[in-house]
Design a protein. Structure first.
Length: 354
C-alpha cells in the first residue's frame, strides 16, 4: 500500500508562499538595520542633525549677495535717472588739426624714460669703543676691628705682707647605719593619741508656746458695679469735668418699641466723638434712616442725648426727634429713659461690638 496520499487542491499551499515569506523577512530585517544605523550614527538622521556651521555660512553669503545685487540695481536706476535729467545738446569734442606724420611716428616710437632708482645708502658700521684697560690693582684685605679685651694685670705678691691662712671647713661626719642593726629600733616612738572628748551639747531651752488668735473673716462688701459687657457707665468725675471721652464710639440702643408697619423692634445706633457730637441711625429693615445727635452732661450728673429727626430713603418715612436722659441708679447701673412724639420708652445702651 502506498503511504503517500496526495492532498486535494483545496488543502494544498499556493506556490508563491515558498519564496514570499523569506523575501518579506529579509525586507523587514534590512529595514530594522537601516533604522538602527540612522538612530545611532550621528549625521545620518537628517531631522536631528540640523544645519551645520558650513550651511549657516553659505546661507549668510547668499543673503549678503542678494543684498548687494539689490543695492547695485538701485544704484543703476539712480544713475539712469540722473543721465535722463542731464541736457542732451552737448556735442562731442573734436581735434582741430591732425598731427603731422613725423609726430605720429615719434609718438608711436616714444618710450618714456624711467629714472633709475636711487641706490640705497650703505650702512656704515661704527666700531664699538674699545674698553680701556684698567690697571690691575692688588686687592686689599678688609680690616676687621677686633674688640680690645683688657686683660687683668698680674700683681706681684708683696713679700713683706704676712701670709694669712684661711680656715678649712671640716665636713660633718655622717654616721652610716650599721647594716646588722635593726632599722626599727632607730625609729621614734609613736605619738600618743589625745584622750577622746565627747562633743559639747547645748542645753535645750523650752520656747513658750504662743497661741495665735482665731482667724476672723472680714465682713463681706459688695464690689462696686463695673460693667464688663459694654454697657454704658457714667464716670464719677464726668459731672465735674464735663468730659465725654467715655461716650466716644458707636452704641446700640434697644428701645423696646415696635415698628407698626414691619412689626420689627426699633433699634437705634448712635455714634459720638470725644466732644459729644455724633449721628443717629435707625436700623430699619426697609432701608437706612439717618439723623443728627449730640450729648451733654447736666449739673445733677445726668447725661442727656438729643436725637434729631431721622429721615429714611424710602417712601417719605421719617422718625421724630427725641430726648434721652441717662442717670446712675442705686444698683450702680446706668438707666436711660427716652421720650418723643408723645411716647416714652426705656433705652438700653450697649457699645457696638459686644
Amino acid at each position: 500500500m502506498n503511504p503517500y496520499t496526495p492532498q486535494d487542491d483545496e488543502h494544498r499551499r499556493p506556490g508563491y508562499m515558498f519564496w514570499f515569506f523569506p523575501a518579506l523577512l529579509g525586507f523587514f530585517f534590512t529595514l530594522a538595520i537601516a533604522l538602527i544605523l540612522l538612530w545611532y550614527v550621528p549625521g545620518w538622521w537628517p531631522w536631528e542633525s540640523g544645519p551645520t556651521e558650513e550651511d549657516q555660512a553659505l546661507l549668510a553669503e547668499r543673503h549678503r549677495e542678494a543684498d548687494l545685487r539689490t543695492e547695485l540695481a538701485l544704484l543703476n536706476e539712480d544713475l539712469t535717472q540722473r543721465l535722463a535729467s542731464c541736457p542732451a545738446d552737448l556735442e562731442p569734442l573734436a581735434l582741430n588739426d591732425p598731427l603731422p606724420p613725423e609726430h605720429v611716428e615719434y609718438a608711436e616710437n616714444f618710450v618714456p624714460e624711467i629714472p633709475p632708482e636711487p641706490e640705497p645708502e650703505p650702512i656704515i658700521e661704527e666700531p664699538y669703543p674699545e674698553v680701556a684697560e684698567l690697571p690691575e690693582e692688588p686687592l686689599e684685605e678688609p680690616v676687621i676691628d677686633e674688640p680690645v679685651i683688657d686683660e687683668p694685670v698680674m700683681e706681684e705678691p708683696d713679700i713683706d705682707e704676712p701670709i694669712v691662712e684661711e680656715p678649712i671647713e671640716e665636713e660633718p661626719i655622717i654616721d652610716e647605719p650599721d647594716p646588722d642593726e635593726d632599722f626599727m629600733d632607730n625609729l621614734d616612738p609613736p605619738l600618743e593619741e589625745p584622750p577622746y572628748e565627747e562633743p559639747y551639747e547645748e542645753p535645750m531651752v523650752e520656747e513658750p508656746i504662743v497661741e495665735e488668735p482665731p482667724y476672723e473673716e472680714p465682713p463681706y462688701e459688695e464690689p462696686a458695679y463695673e460693667p464688663d459687657n459694654g454697657e454704658l457707665d457714667i464716670p464719677d468725675d464726668a459731672e465735674e469735668t464735663g468730659n465725654l471721652d467715655f461716650l466716644e464710639g458707636c452704641w446700640i440702643s434697644e428701645t423696646g418699641l415696635t415698628n407698626r408697619d414691619t412689626g420689627q423692634p426699633v433699634t437705634v445706633r448712635y455714634c459720638f466723638d470725644a466732644y459729644g457730637n455724633g449721628s443717629r441711625e435707625v436700623l430699619d429693615m426697609r432701608g437706612p434712616c439717618y439723623g443728627g445727635a449730640y450729648a451733654q452732661m447736666q449739673p445733677d450728673g445726668s447725661l442727656v442725648i438729643h436725637a434729631g429727626d431721622a429721615g429714611c430713603s424710602f417712601g417719605g418715612v421719617s422718625y421724630v426727634d427725641g430726648l434721652i436722659t441717662c442717670v446712675e441708679g442705686a444698683d450702680g447701673k446706668t438707666h436711660c429713659n427716652g421720650q418723643g412724639g408723645g411716647v416714652n420708652w426705656n433705652s438700653h445702651f450697649t457699645r457696638q461690638g459686644y
